[in-house]
Design a protein around this ligand. Structure first.
Ligand SMILES: N[C@@H](CCC(=O)N[C@@H](CS)C(=O)NCC(=O)O)C(=O)O
Length: 216
């Protein structure tokens, strides 16, 4: 498999994280998103006319939407049927709902981050208001989940819904959107960072549980 990738892209990181958690090998093709703007140049537009990252190529298949990439990887390569279960219509519906919600996070928190980090023109206050509205919804849902004893978005195990929503939630302080008012979100971010196989990106570090080492 080949992933067209940019190290600071939260969307590309969703695909990298999913493949790491599933133990999948792939080749990364680094695209000079900034400052080169390579994703808007003809060679890349021939691969993805939308000019967005990431793009996954697996044999004859080219996928250009991040959430579609997560769904494909899980259905094709997840032998445990954990990441995108295929036997429960209600769970399918809930997961798809969170994949759509992930798009809202990209368009609000992700956009504010591009504004603050790369100087993208944007009504950044409107983006931050939209991001906080989304995070309040996420906080309320995760609070209910934790009362049910579920650490993740749709149940006790993580699914592609968590992977889709994780990066732009975790990175939102880069766009001026703090996590202070969202304790359930902070716990969820920790639960994901604790998953076996978790990989970092700049701005999202692995959770190093020092207590065991300190006691040793
Ligand atoms: N709906 C797309 C959006 C992905 C997206 O926004 N990717 C960003 C990088 S994180 C991008 O390529 N944006 C193009 C740009 O801002 O020029 C998806 O989920 O795949």
């Amino acid at each position: 498999m080949r992933l067209y990738d940019y190290v600071l892209s939260g969307s590309s990181y969703k695909a990298r994280l999913m493949m790491a958690l599933m133990g999948l090998e792939y080749d990364s093709v680094a695209i000079d998103f900034y400052p080169g703007g390579e994703h808007k140049k003809p060679d890349f537009l021939a691969i993805n006319p939308a000019g967005t990252l990431p793009v996954l190529v697996d044999g004859d298949l080219t996928l250009c939407d991040t959430q579609a990439i997560l769904a494909y990887l899980a259905r094709k390569y997840d032998t445990s049927n954990q990441w995108f279960p295929d036997d429960d219509p209600a769970m399918l519906g809930r997961i798809l709902q969170w994949l759509a919600f992930a798009g809202r996070l990209t368009d609000t928190a992700g956009a504010a981050r591009l504004h603050d980090m790369l100087g993208r023109p944007l009504d950044v206050e409107a983006a931050r208001i939209g991001a906080h509205k989304a995070l309040r919804e996420l906080e309320a849902h995760l609070t209910e989940q934790s009362m049910r004893g579920a650490a993740f978005l749709v149940g006790p195990e993580p699914t592609i819904a968590d992977i889709a929503c994780f990066p732009y939630t975790a990175l939102s302080p880069d766009g001026g959107i703090a996590h202070d008012d969202y304790p359930a979100i902070r716990n969820w971010l920790i639960a994901i960072r604790r998953l076996p196989g978790f990989v970092e990106m700049p701005g999202i570090h692995r959770l190093h549980d020092m207590r065991d080492e300190e006691q040793a």
